[in-house]
Design a protein around this ligand. Sequence first.
Ligand code: PAF
Length: 284
Amino acid sequence: MKILRTVKDLKEFTLSLKNEGKTVGLVPTMGALHAGHISLVDRAVADNDATIVSVFVNPTQFNNPADLATYPRNEQADFELLEKANATAVFAPSVEEIYPEGESEQTHVFDLGSVAEVMEGKFRPGHFQGVAQIVSKLFRMVEPTYAYFGEKDFQQVAVIRRMAMTEGIDINIVSCPIKREDDGLAMSSRNVRLTESQRATAPGIYAALKYSLEYSQAHSVAATHDTVVERINALPKCEVEYFSIVDGITLQPIEEWTDSEYIVGCITVYCGDVRLIDNITYRK
Ligand code: PAF
C-alpha cells in the first residue's frame, strides 16, 4: 500500500493508475478507523481496480474546537487496517497541505440547498460547508469513478450528493449500510471516547429506535418521536439533541406516515460529552 502525503503525489499516483486503464474508488475518512470504515473499503476494493482511502481530520467541519481537539487519531493502526483490507493507497496529508492559506480559508460558499439546513445543519452551523469543502477538494484531486460513504451519516450523504450536483462533479456516490456492534451501537470513531458506563448504556439508543419501528405501526409520527426521546433521555447520562422523522430524500420533517414513501428517523444523542448519531428507516 502506498502512503501519499502531498497533493502532488496523490495526483501523480492517480494519473498513473488511470493511464494504466484502472478504475479508481475513493473512500474519504477522518481516520480512527473501525469495521464500519473497512466495510466501505471492502466495497470499494470489490468495485474498482484501485482504492484510495483518505485519512484527514478536517478542521473546517468542526464547529466545536473541543470536539476537534479530542477527535481520536491513530494513524499507524489505520494504515495497518487499510493494508490488510487491500487498499491501494492512503492519502494522509497535513492540514497545511490541504489548506495552504490557513485552515479557516473558505472562499467558496457551497449551494447545499435545504437538505443542509435541517438537523446537523441547524445544530452544527458551518459543519456541512466544511464537509463540502474537503470532499469537493478530494473529488477534484482524485477524480474517482465511485466514492463511498456510510449511511450512519445519513444527512451527510444527501448533502454530498447535492454538492456534487451543484459543483458539476461527475461521480457516483455509493452509500453503504450502517455497521453495528453486537449490542446494536452504531460503529463510530467517537465510541472510543465513551466511559465504561456510557458504553454500557449507549446501545439503548438503537434499542429505542428499533422499538419505535413496531410502535410506529400503531401510533402517530408525533407519538413515535416522543417515545424515542423519552426512552433515550431515561438512560443515565444520555440526552437527545434532536430526533427528526423526515422524508428520506428531501430530509424535511413529515407529520403523517402517509406523507412519504421513504421515511427515516435521524437522531443525535449526547452520552456524557460524546455526541453520537444514528438513524432508522421506517419506510422505503
Ligand atoms: O464522514 C466523515 O468521516 C467526514 O465527514 C468526511 C466525509 C471524511 C469528510 O471529512
